[in-house]
Design a binder for this molecule. Sequence first.
Ligand code: CS2
Length: 490
Amino acid sequence: MIALSNTTLKQLPPQVLTPAYDRQKTTPGIAHLAVGNFHRAHQALYVDRVLARPGQQDWAIVGVGLRDNTRETRRAAIMAEQDGLYTLTEFAPDNTHTIRVLGAITEYVQAAKDRAAAIKRLADPAIKIVSLTITEGGYYVDASGKFMLDDPAIAADLKRDVPETAFGLVTEALRLRRESGIGPFTVMTCDNLRDNGTVARTAFCTFAEARDPALGAWIKENVTFPSTMVDRITPSVSETDIARLDDMSGIADQMPLFAEDFTQWVIEDKFCAGRPELEAVGVEFTDDVGPYEQVKLRMLNASHSMLALPGVLMDYDTVPHAMADAGLVTLLEQFLANDASPLITPPKGVSLSDYARQVLHRFRNPAVGDQLLRIASDSASKLPVFWTDTVKGVLKDGKDHRRVAFGVACFLEYLRGETESHKTYKIAEPGLPDAAKDLALKDDLAAGLTMPVFSGWDLDQYPAFVEDVTKLRSSIRTHGARQTLKELGL
Ligand code: CS2
């Protein structure tokens, strides 16, 4: 097997596609904060395509790792060894695949090693866009849309000379740029949030204003925060996956990736310092991302959670396995058609029933085999984003709330960490403080609904819903999620 680096690029096996441009002739114009699998399989793919176009060589990516842990140190080491190169294998539902080496990330900075240097790197005049995938819970915005200045992580960062959070690094980089007359960069969020540009604007501007009111005002005035809708199912990569992917490619990639063959990116065209010609490589630009994002979050992401939470309880491990369960498929079909769709105004030309069919088709992709526990993780941050509008609409209109009540009951039961056959699993809920989690584990089964996760749902006005969630939880505990779903009679 051949190792991956700039020097081996020309010797790779013929079935592997390689960058169609000279990487040495590119320079970073984008800095991306938090370089996870999704960024590497999605935005970095579009940028890889754009770098091959005439006159677009100034848009390579400098990846910035934010975390201070061994995983991040390992990632940085591999990025250095492989010159930022990695393979991406895209699987179609019929199991055919394409393997490509992506070269868009030409530089990698581990911010924790030298934060001042990372700030300087962002302040480089060549950087025109700072993009981010810091997760749904990473914006510190509460249910009313307010940035949580008093959260301990934020309060501590505000006081540091050299800050450590994404907000701190960006604020200080913008300070340097302002002081030296370089001008702003665009801050582009690529996280799954409702109205993500506004959320990012609120978060970054509130942080900056609290640190330095004059700088905050300048940022508000000069920096743009486009909204985006991003979509591509990108599973976690296990050691077994690494061996399988490397076997397929014939390349000893230490950090290979895989994803479905579907990909979509819609961006609000609001870039204060210019942008690459992404429209030439499949990105849609629009004045209003809202309708695209509603469809994606409330249908794809929402049904992902609606599948994963009961699926885990029912002892399934992957999405295609759960999709072989007729009861779960009916739950999703009815959730999409009767609960989510009626409340969505789709973009022109998009049929919600076609979209729903496509989502289920994507979930069935056997080669992708996305992990239910990956999707279920951080539900405390995801459900307020993915489910709130649908649940509120269903309750307000007095419609059949069985499916959403079942979903909520499954979430609360999932927090107990035990499947219906009594197998235990590890829950990963970084956005759920212990005190909140304790509420879900109380004997009083209604107490879980007072967790902050549901604070925007006005549940005190809907006692029948609360009662049904409670009954469903008790049924799940006694009879299991599978039997409870059956008894829902969908
Ligand atoms: C998933 C998303 O984590 C989740 O909850 O729904 O990661 C999903 O796979 C992506 O948003 C697809 O674009």
